[in-house]
Design a protein around this ligand. Structure first.
Ligand SMILES: NC(=O)c1ccc[n+]([C@@H]2O[C@H](COP(=O)([O-])OP(=O)(O)OC[C@H]3O[C@@H](n4cnc5c(N)ncnc54)[C@H](OP(=O)(O)O)[C@@H]3O)[C@@H](O)[C@H]2O)c1
Length: 307
C-alpha cells in the first residue's frame, strides 16, 4: 500500500513537471513568435552584408533589412541580377539606403579569395549584420549518382562560403564589440533526423547548425549574436514550390519573420507555421523520415523520366 501510494505520488509529480515544462515551452514560443519586440538592427551597425542576395529568401531579406534602415552589401555571382536588385532597392528606398555589390561566385573562389573580396567591399564601413544565406540545393539522388561538380559546388557554397565570409567580417565585429550573424540552415537538418536522397544537402545544413551553436558560445559576451535559422519549405526557385496557404510561405513573408528573430535564439525556426509543422514532424519522426524518403524517390523517378 505504502509502495503503491509512493509510486502514484511520484507519477503525479513527474507528470506535473512534464506538463509544466511543455506549457512553459509553448508560452515561450507564443511570446517569441508573436509578441517579442524585434531588435533594432542598427544597434549592431549601420550596414548588413547578405550573400545570395539576388533571388529567393536573400533578395526578400535585403528589402526587409533596408526597410529597417540598414545599408546593404549584396553578394552574388551574377552581375546583372546584382545590378537589378540594387536598382530595385534604390527605386524603393531612395537615398536613405546605400547599396554596394560584390560579384563573387562562391562555388569557384578559394577561402582566402572570399575573405579578400569581403574585406575589399567592407573596408571603412560599419558592418553590423552578416547573413550567410547563399545556398544551393540538389536533385534527389543516391549519393553515388551525384554529379561530382555539383557535389563540389554544394560543399563550397553551403559550407566553405559561410565559414570564410564569417572570417571576413568577424574581426571587425570583435573590434567594435557588436555584431550579429545569421546562418541560413534548414529544418530538414535541424529538426528531422534524416533525409535520404538529399544526404549531402541536409549534411551541409547540419554543419551550419553545429557551427552556429558552437561559435555563438565563443563570442557570447563580446557583443556578437550568432544564430542559425532553420526554415522548412519556402516558395523560391530552389524549391520550385508555389506558396501554399499558411504552410509554404513566400520569401517575403518568411523574411519578415526571419528579421524579427535576428539576435535572439542560437537556433530557431522563425516562421510560426513551420514551427507547428516541425512539432508534428518530430513527434512522428520515423513516419516523417519514411515519407520524405518516399517523396524523394518519387521525385527522382519523375526527374529521370523527363531526361
Ligand atoms: N527555400 C526553402 O524552402 C529553404 C528551406 C530551408 C533553407 N533554405 C536555405 O535558404 C537559403 C536561400 O535559399 P532560397 O530558397 O532563397 O534559394 P534561391 O532562390 O535558389 O536563392 C539562392 C541565392 O543564392 C545564390 N547563389 C547560389 N549559388 C551561388 C554561388 N555559387 N555564388 C554566389 N551566390 C550563389 C543565388 O544566386 P543566383 O540568383 O545567381 O541564382 C541566389 O541569390 C539557402 O541557404 C537554402 O539552403 C531554403
Amino acid at each position: 500500500m505504502v509502495l503503491a501510494d509512493f509510486l502514484i505520488a511520484t507519477g503525479a509529480v513527474l507528470g506535473f513537471i512534464s506538463l509544466f515544462k511543455n506549457v512553459l515551452t509553448f508560452a515561450r514560443w507564443l511570446y517569441a513568435a508573436f509578441l517579442r519586440k524585434p531588435k533594432d538592427l542598427r544597434d549592431y551597425g549601420s550596414w548588413a552584408i547578405v550573400t545570395g542576395a539576388t533571388d529567393g529568401i536573400g533578395k526578400a531579406l535585403v528589402f526587409e533589412l533596408a526597410s529597417k534602415g540598414l545599408n546593404l552589401v549584396l553578394v552574388g555571382r551574377n552581375p546583372s541580377k546584382l545590378e537589378a536588385t540594387s536598382m530595385e532597392l534604390r527605386d524603393r528606398f531612395g537615398a536613405t539606403t546605400e547599396v554596394k555589390t560584390v560579384v563573387a561566385d562562391l562555388a569557384k573562389l578559394s577561402g582566402e579569395e572570399i575573405v579578400a573580396a569581403i574585406a575589399g567591399a567592407t573596408e571603412g564601413i560599419d558592418v553590423g549584420l552578416l547573413v550567410n544565406n547563399a545556398g544551393m540545393g540538389c536533385p534527389p539522388e543516391y549519393f553515388h549518382e551525384m554529379d561530382p561538380e555539383l557535389r563540389e559546388s554544394l560543399l563550397r557554397v553551403n559550407v566553405n562560403a559561410a565559414v570564410w565570409v564569417t572570417k571576413g567580417v568577424i574581426d571587425g565585429m570583435l573590434k567594435r564589440k557588436r555584431g550579429a550573424i545569421l546562418n541560413m540552415g534548414s529544418g530538414s537538418a535541424t529538426y528531422i533526423s534524416a533525409f535520404p536522397l538529399l544526404t549531402l544537402y541536409v549534411s551541409t545544413k547540419a554543419f551550419l547548425d553545429t557551427f552556429s551553436r558552437s561559435i555563438s558560445l565563443e563570442y557570447e559576451g563580446q557583443g556578437i549574436d550568432i544564430q542559425c535559422q532553420a526554415p522548412l519549405f519556402v516558395s523560391t526557385k530552389m524549391t520550385k514550390m508555389k506558396s501554399w496557404y499558411l504552410f509554404i510561405p513566400s520569401a517575403e513573408i518568411f523574411s519578415r519573420a526571419s528579421v524579427r528573430w535576428i539576435g535572439y535564439d542560437r537556433v530557431c525556426n522563425p516562421y510560426w507555421s513551420h514551427s507547428v509543422q516541425v512539432f508534428m514532424a518530430r513527434t512522428l519522426d520515423t513516419i516523417t523520415v519514411w515519407g520524405l524518403g518516399c517523396y524523394a524517390k518519387w521525385s527522382r523517378a519523375q526527374e529521370r523520366s523527363r531526361r
